[in-house]
Design a protein around this ligand. Structure first.
Ligand code: SF4
Length: 339
């Protein structure tokens, strides 16, 4: 089904001299008539006002393991229907998905009802719901809003994999419909965000804290050698997570590979191991992703060190926890596991 009528955008106001100011994300774009905002998917159209040009447009849709989001403590071993559109409100020079984040072309169109129908049909394949992912989902706000409502009505889960760069008002309105988020913290430095991403860190941290009041939260930090892998950054990040989200919050250090406008060599394995070591002094669950290191993505009990979940890239995880408890010492762990 195609979407012929422009869908009115949320979170904007008209300007006296024409055009609009979008307030969906901290960029607060001033958008003259006929133009789009920085994300490329919110356009001022005479007669309509600010509209979203990506409503119902999908660039990719697939049934993925939940671990691929990555979410390691939210229904491990299940699958989730994953979809995304195009555009982004950041300009990360190292973007690992730049083919869709910098595009304005969709592969297909879909309705919220069709998404829910697909997710329901996949229930037999252990599908727990819908993940909005691949590009930045928060700029797909109106479509996510409608879809997430229908997903919950069907007793399924909603997941967001996001850069967390959204204004606090729209974020707080959306969160009651979201069950889990993975938020990218791209570095522990405003300078990094300004120079390599065209954004800022503080709103992301504020939004991560707010999210923790509503749903399950995991964080991802892509380690780029020479840019965000220094001791002060890694320790500062880990300490902040411990203080504001809790030591039981899972974090994922992901290995960088050259992409888009950054062509320095991939992150050395030793740096990945160092990051895990440093963060583990403050946090209970520190995982490495995009890398093959034995045991680096397993879950261990922080009380007795027993193996709780064994993960590999090629097979489904083996879950030894029983109803979220350590199989050896019996301590309750911060795991959401289906019955
Ligand atoms: S959502 Fe898009 S148009 Fe709106 S402020 Fe952010 S970048 Fe600009």
């Amino acid at each position: 089904m195609t979407c012929d009528t422009p869908t009115k955008a949320a979170a904007y106001f008209h300007l006296e001299n024409g055009g609009a100011r979008c307030e969906l994300c901290p960029n607060s774009c001033l958008i003259p008539p006929g133009q789009t905002g920085l994300c490329r998917v919110r356009q001022y159209q005479e007669g309509y006002g600010l509209v979203t040009t990506s409503y119902g447009n999908v660039s990719a849709i697939a049934l993925d393991p939940i671990e691929k989001k990555p979410l390691y403590h939210f229904y491990p071993g299940t699958n989730i229907l994953s979809l995304g559109t195009f555009g982004c409100n950041l300009r990360c020079r190292f973007c690992q998905n730049w083919h869709i984040s910098q595009s304005t072309k969709a592969a297909d169109t879909i309705t919220p009802q069709a998404v829910v129908q697909m997710a329901k049909e996949y229930k037999a394949a252990n599908c727990i719901g819908v993940a909005f992912t691949y590009n930045e989902p928060t700029i797909w706000y109106e479509f996510i809003w409608d879809t997430a409502k229908a997903v919950h009505a069907a007793d399924l889960k909603n997941v967001l994999v996001t850069n967390g760069f959204i204004s606090s008002g729209p974020w707080q309105e959306l969160l009651p419909m979201i069950d889990a988020v993975n938020i990218d913290v791209k570095a522990w430095s405003e300078e990094f965000y300004r120079e390599l991403c065209g954004g800022s860190l503080q709103p992301v941290l504020d939004n991560a804290q707010t999210a923790a009041d509503y749903c399950h939260v995991e964080l991802t930090y892509l380690i780029i050698p020479g840019h965000n892998d220094d001791l002060a950054s890694l320790e500062g990040f880990a300490r902040w997570v411990r203080q504001w989200l809790g030591a039981g919050t899972p974090i994922h250090f992901s290995r960088y590979f050259p992409n888009y406008q950054l062509d320095i060599p991939p992150t050395p394995i030793g740096i990945m191991e160092k990051a895990q070591r440093i963060a583990s002094e403050w946090l209970d669950y520190v995982y490495l992703g995009n890398v093959e290191i034995a045991g680096a993505s397993h879950t261990y009990c922080p009380f007795c060190q027993a193996l709780v979940i064994e993960r590999s890239r090629s097979a489904a995880p083996r879950i030894y926890a029983t109803q979220g408890h350590c199989p050896d010492c019996g301590m309750k762990l911060p795991l959401i596991i289906g019955t």
